[in-house]
Design a protein. Structure first.
Length: 150
């Protein structure tokens, strides 16, 4: 059995990969006060998931424990997270966003959202409708939960 994708699927995969990568790069450029991709991603995960242990953050970000320890230290030194130790087990600590950390994430998210909304406003109504119909497929591909249609 041949597992190679058909030519049409392969071409679509290539175009989609390049487009998604370019769009992600353009969105990252909207982070004026970016800490870098890795630190910004860790902050976003903490914002989305709530306080996390270093192990939980490492698993979500798919990074090695020594790397997550360095990330936590950098974020803590920047005043964007605090370590909260478990009252029952002092070996367990959770990283939690500070007010500055929440503000950093919110500001970057707001800038990226506004930039993307301005780009979408430039599309024709037909192109925007095509994009809207494609969102369920893109969400399934990315593993994101798909919202039920109203």
């Amino acid at each position: 059995m041949n597992d190679a994708p058909t030519t049409g699927v392969s071409e679509t995969a290539g175009r989609l990969r390049i487009s998604v990568a370019r769009l992600a790069r353009l969105l990252r450029r909207q982070n004026v006060d970016s800490l870098g991709v890795t630190l910004d991603a860790a902050l976003a995960s903490l914002d989305r998931e709530g306080p996390l242990t270093l192990g939980e953050l490492a698993a979500i970000e798919q990074i090695a424990p020594p790397s997550v320890t360095r990330i936590a230290t950098k974020l803590e030194d920047a005043g964007l997270v605090v370590r909260r130790f478990d009252g029952q087990d002092r070996r367990v600590c959770r990283l939690e966003l500070t007010a500055d950390g929440r503000r950093h994430v919110a500001d970057n998210r707001s800038r990226r959202h506004a930039w993307l909304a301005r780009q979408l406003e430039q599309l024709s109504p037909d192109d925007l409708a095509v994009l809207e119909r494609s969102l369920d497929v893109l969400e399934r591909l990315s593993g994101a939960p798909v919202k039920a249609a109203p």
